[in-house]
Design a protein around this ligand. Structure first.
Ligand code: UD1
Ligand code: CA
Length: 447
């Protein structure tokens, strides 16, 4: 059910410290753009709309953002000049037809924010007109500080740049996330001035302004890791590390064995059933789904694949997008599989390339088999029936079909379809010379 809530995400920052041609919020954590991660969490609340405040460069990527959230109503609006966080929120507010009862402000560069926390922030508005998400940090930092009155209520936020030495010692910091009563936000924003150290319109001034208006204010505390911002590649890596560690813990709690958790890298959307065993040094790219009792051996790289129960993958296997691996299939070392469907009990155990291919039940693909699927211009399909045996070091030149039960002699180059139960051998005839080896050694050893 849609909530009477508008979400505003601030993302017009330049992100200069990233030293990147890509806008900061489009850098990825666990394979998902930071901004998309924030939108994902906000979407859990089912708001009536999500408005993202962006700069010109981001506006160019508009369609990409919309496509990443097909079920969510999102609009990107341009903040031409960066005049501060309150100005950014103001730009969004002007653009939203009906704000609704509640407004939630988030930052696009704070990707670890959790929807459970956001839900609490929104619920606070049942009793208060404004709520700030805060965290304790004893370290030296440049965050805004929450000034608390004698009764434990938040009185105002002072930006680090404007704070006195005393105020800078306050441990309670502002995360930037704020929830505000929809019917009051416009009036509050018009009261924000830019007479401060940065010459900017601070969103944080809303706390004091709400007080002056006689409105009730509150705050919620969370852990610092949930609200870590990303401004540099070092911070991006730190956030990635936290996200990975969260996913590993979740996987293990769901019954997945990670032999060496720290060496396994997941994507935001990796789905793994219980009783799957993952050996050290495995990387999961986007869109991987693994059913029960699968074993993934070391140094495998898997993306865009569905792997059914009982399959064994690796070590050193590369599984590429569009791959479907059925029950009890075995993929061995140095095997690359692309956009192929391997049916139950089939095996590709060593040193092969299988691309644009369908392999039937219980077929065995010998070591070094290559499906030659590309002629430099187009891709072609290979279709292998069930119970087929392909001898080692065969090249199957697509488009080609190998019928059920057929056998391919080792070392064959197969260019014509092979019928059901047929045998195809295609290699040059062997010539043996009697004592030829002995003569060879005699000649060579004399030289
Ligand atoms: C802000 C808060 C500070 C808080 C900190 C947490 C204010 C005034 N200060 O400070 O209290 O501790 O975040 O990280 O809000 N943005 C725009 N348009 C603008 C200005 C900013 O979209 O005109 C966006 C930025 O892209 C960024 C976010 O708003 O995502 C925060 O802006 P930033 O300048 O980084 O604020 P801080 O100084 O870090
Ligand atoms: Ca910042």
């Amino acid at each position: 059910m849609k909530q009477n809530l508008s979400v505003i995400i601030l993302a017009a920052g330049k992100g200069t410290r990233m030293k990147s041609d890509l806008p900061k919020v489009m850098h990825k954590v666990a394979g998902r753009e930071m901004l998309n991660m924030v939108i994902d969490e906000a979407s859990f609340l089912e708001p009536k709309n999500i408005t993202v405040v962006v700069s010109e460069e981001m506006k160019l990527l508009e369609e990409k953002i919309y496509a990443a959230h097909p079920k969510t109503q999102i609009s990107l609006i341009l903040q031409k000049e960066r005049k501060g966080t309150a100005h950014a929120v103001q730009s969004a507010v002007c653009d939203i037809k009906d704000l609704g009862k509640k407004v939630l402000v988030l930052y696009g560069d704070t990707p670890l924010i959790q929807h459970q926390t956001l839900k609490k922030m929104v619920e606070k508005l049942d009793d208060f007109s404004l709520c700030v998400l805060a965290f304790d940090d004893e370290e030296e930092n440049a965050y805004g500080r929450l000034v608390i009155d004698g009764k434990g209520h938040v009185e105002r936020i002072v930006e680090f740049k404007d704070a006195t030495d005393e105020e800078r010692k306050i441990a309670l910091c502002n995360s930037g996330v704020m929830s505000i009563e929809g019917s009051r936000i416009t009036e509050m924003l018009t009261k924000v001035k830019n007479q401060n150290a940065a010459g900017e319109y601070y969103l944080t001034d809303l706390v004091a302004i709400a007080g002056e208006m006689g409105l009730k204010r509150s705050f919620i505390k969370t852990e610092i890791f949930e609200v870590l911002g990303v401004n540099s590649r070092v911070e991006l890596a730190r956030v990635e590390g936290i996200k990975q560690s969260q996913m590993r813990t979740k996987m293990m709690n769901n019954g997945v064995t990670l032999v060496d958790p720290n060496s396994i890298h997941f994507s935001f959307d990796t789905k793994i059933s219980n009783d799957v065993v993952i050996h050290p040094n495995v990387v999961f790219g986007p869109a991987v789904e693994i059913e029960k009792n699968v074993e993934i051996k070391s140094f495998s790289h898997i993306e865009g694949a569905h792997i059914n129960s009982g399959a064994v993958i690796g070590p050193f296997a590369r599984i590429r997008p569009g791959t479907k691996i059925d029950q009890n299939v075995k993929i061995g070392n140095f095997v690359e599989i692309k956009k192929s469907h391997l049916k139950c009990d089939s095996k590709v155990n060593h040193l092969s390339y299988i691309g644009d291919c369908e392999i039937g039940e219980n077929s065995n693909i010998g070591a070094g088999t290559i499906t030659c699927n590309y002629d430099g211009y187009n891709k072609f399909k290979t279709k292998i029936g069930k119970n087929v045996f392909v001898g080692s070091n065969s090249a199957l030149i697509a488009p080609i079909e190998i019928g059920e039960g057929a056998v391919i002699g080792a070392g064959s180059i197969i260019t014509k379809n092979v019928e059901k139960d047929g045998l195809a051998v295609s290699r040059s005839k062997q010539t043996n010379f009697e004592k030829g080896g002995k003569k060879f050694h005699e000649i060579k050893s004399k030289k």
